[in-house]
Design a protein around this ligand. Structure first.
Ligand code: MIC
Ligand code: SF4
Length: 639
């Protein structure tokens, strides 16, 4: 067996481990963060759940940190109180980005983790079965300790050779993205193996598993080995270590090989993480901003490299360099090891240990700016500046470019300083910003005025007749469907307000048009809903009265979120039928219940007089959810 099969087998509650089959797995741990967390806990409450059934659940506050009004602080207070009341640990603002902190303090090899954030697979860096999901699925996992999912196919990624000193883990995942694209991982787990694995430390592995989310993969995983033990020991958690790997000669559904020694510095050009080019092709391009951080590249190792390259240098006068350490532990260690001084002395702006610019919470670049970021996503408008060009790069490229003022493709020679970097044997452990529910008695739940009830779908009955109120192209992201930036993120617990901005990057009139029409149907292209786990991208359309989304193909988490909200996700039987639909067409689904039951059906375009076939393949559970008008309705009906 490969490692993925072993991990699924050890957590299998029901179903068969055949690719594509619906299965239920047991969930050992969950994580939420604040921008998805308010909804997840509102839903946990709506499900009537008591104390969580998992071994360990943690609520992080790391996204909405600007507190420019009462809204964020309201959300923080709600999350802290509702989490503690349900037996969930809380990682307070300032403690760091959920995935970095979880890896450091809570992740355990061999355990399963479900998180309301798409980059939850970071945990695969220490051999966890770590899966991102919408808030409602995480609420369900907390309530009963299980997750419903389809058994993925397993792609074996064999790593051979060793990275050159001017190449980093970011370049490995960029290379995989270059080959497979942002939809290449849908329905798959990326399992890394081979002699090249040994040369990668846990933070490097975590960069790869984290950004595997950009492939659309269900998760990514590395073996748990001596390097994992080293990391857990440094975290004072040697007892959590167990060795885990694939059997010798394990088979995979697909296989690719990446020769680490042949990799060159890469980058992803605007506006997609798979728009990969050699950094050398961009060399010399004038730049305006460099941002170092985010859950994919903000570990101590990253910061030590950045500090070594900035040591004694000055950030170019035309460049703004920002640095977000991934956790308070990283920041403390940077300070202890002298790296912080070097970074500050260079003229960098050191920001909070949080997501920050990665989710557009501040640091939006200037008009037409070229911004180099060590992050994982460069989707259109995500930085908060629509005209900006965001390139995803390694921390080495970022640091050298910040000094040069132009895009630099690092050479081996320029990186000699990195040879002496070693991770410490012990990390500074201070969990003062982590609240253990066991230390709190009965906690009263605090609900400020920013916390609004979430919308629920309508049960299926009768026919659906609705107008096409938007038609999109391929690879529409959840950042398009439900934009997130400093102005909107404070309203993550206020769907009525957020809904006004639904799909505004694609069509600013969509929300108003849909509301006026009393609902609608969305038409989309390939890989619709890629990117984040945010169920707001389903809740906002639900609020607007969207009944169905018909596309060429879906991203996994968004499809699940639509079902949870009672919106029917349908796929064109023939992709060409997409071309025959125009904005404003009236579509009719005669018998939606039969469509959902049969897995196939016909949609009539009343405007054009033509009909087209759609596929509607759902598990029995999903059929029941859709018929009830969403998961919360189904669970309430069952009570
Ligand atoms: C992201 O990187 O897009 C986010 C913000 O972390 C999202 C979660 C969210 O929308 O709150 C994700 O990746 O799931
Ligand atoms: Fe935060 Fe960015 Fe990571 Fe999302 S991708 S969790 S916004 S750092």
């Amino acid at each position: 067996m490969n490692l993925t099969q072993k991990l699924f087998k050890s957590h299998l509650v029901s179903g068969e481990l055949t690719a594509g089959a619906p299965i239920v797995i047991s969930v050992d741990q969950t994580l939420t963060q604040d921008s998805t967390g308010t909804m997840a806990y509102l839903q946990l409450e709506a499900l009537g759940a008591g104390r969580v059934k998992t071994k360990r659940s943690v609520a992080y506050i790391d996204h909405n940190m600007l507190q420019s009004g009462f809204e964020n602080a309201d959300d923080h207070a709600y999350i802290q109180s509702v989490a503690l009341a349900h037996g969930v640990f809380v990682s307070k603002p300032g403690n760091g980005i959920c995935h970095q902190v979880h890896l450091e303090r809570f992740g355990i090899p061999g355990q399963s983790l479900v998180g309301s954030d798409s980059h939850t697979p970071t945990g695969g860096g220490i051999g966890m079965l770590a899966i991102g999901a919408g808030g409602l699925d995480v609420a369900l996992a907390m309530a009963d300790g299980t997750l419903n999912i389809s058994m993925p196919r397993v792609v074996g990624v064999e790593l051979v050779g060793r990275l050159k000193r001017n190449v980093t883990a970011k370049d490995i995942i960029l290379e995989v993205l270059r080959r497979l694209s942002v939809k290449g991982g849908v329905g798959k787990v990326m399992e890394y193996f081979g002699e090249g694995v040994n040369s990668l430390s846990v933070p490097e592995r975590a960069t790869v598993t984290n950004m595997g989310a950009e492939l659309g993969a269900t998760t990514s995983v590395f073996p748990s080995d001596a390097r994992t033990k080293e990391f857990l020991t440094a975290q004072g958690r040697a007892d959590d270590y167990i060795p885990l790997c694939a059997d010798e000669n394990a088979s995979y559904d697909e296989r690719i090989t990446v020769d680490l020694s042949a990799l060159e510095p890469l980058c992803a050009k605007p506006h997609m993480p798979d728009n990969v080019a050699k950094a050398s092709e961009l060399a010399g391009t004038k730049i305006d901003q460099v941002c170092i951080g985010s859950c994919t590249d903000s570990s101590l190792l990253t910061m030590l490299k950045v500090a070594a390259l900035l040591d004694g240098k000055r950030v170019h006068p035309d460049v703004s360099l920002t640095v977000n350490p991934g956790s308070r532990q990283v920041l403390t260690m940077m300070s202890r090891l002298g790296a912080l001084d070097k970074i500050l002395d260079s003229g960098a702006r050191v920001l909070e240990c949080a997501c920050g610019p990665c989710i557009g919470m501040g640091q939006s670049p200037k008009t037409d700016a070229v911004s180099l970021r060590t992050f994982n996503r460069n989707f259109y408008a995500r930085s908060g500046t629509k005209s900006a060009s965001v390139y995803l790069v390694s921390p080495i490229t970022a640091a050298l470019s910040a000094v040069a003022g132009v895009f630099v493709s690092p050479t081996e020679d320029e990186c000699k300083r990195l040879d002496s970097i070693e991770l410490p044997e012990r990390f500074d452990i201070n969990d003062n910003l982590i609240l253990d529910p066991a230390d709190f008695g009965d906690v009263a739940i605090v609900r400020g005025p920013n916390i609004k009830p979430f919308p629920v779908g309508v049960p299926l009955d009768g026919k659906i007749t609705a107008e096409v109120t938007v038609k999109t192209g391929d690879n529409i992201t959840t950042d398009d469907i439900m934009p997130s930036n400093a102005k909107l993120l404070p309203y993550r617990s206020n769907i009525p307000y957020l809904a006004k901005f639904c799909l505004s990057t694609v069509d600013p009139d969509f929300a108003e048009r849909t509301e006026k029409a009393g609902g609608g149907i969305i038409i989309g292209g390939e890989n619709y809903g890629q990117g984040s786990s945010r169920e707001h991208a389903a809740l906002a359309p639900c609020k607007l009265g969207i009944r169905a989304v018909i596309v060429k193909s879906f991203a996994r988490m968004h499809r699940d979120n639509l079902i949870n909200s009672g919106i029917i996700p349908l796929v064109f039987e023939k992709v060409d039928d997409y071309d025959g639909i125009t904005l404003g067409d009236k579509l009719e689904i005669q018998d939606p219940v039969a469509l959902v039951e049969n897995g196939r059906g016909t949609v009539r375009n009343v405007t054009s007089g033509k009909s087209f076939g759609v596929r509607a393949e759902f598990t029995e559970r999903q059929k029941n959810i859709l018929k009830a008008g969403g998961t919360v309705n189904l669970y309430k009906n069952a009570k």
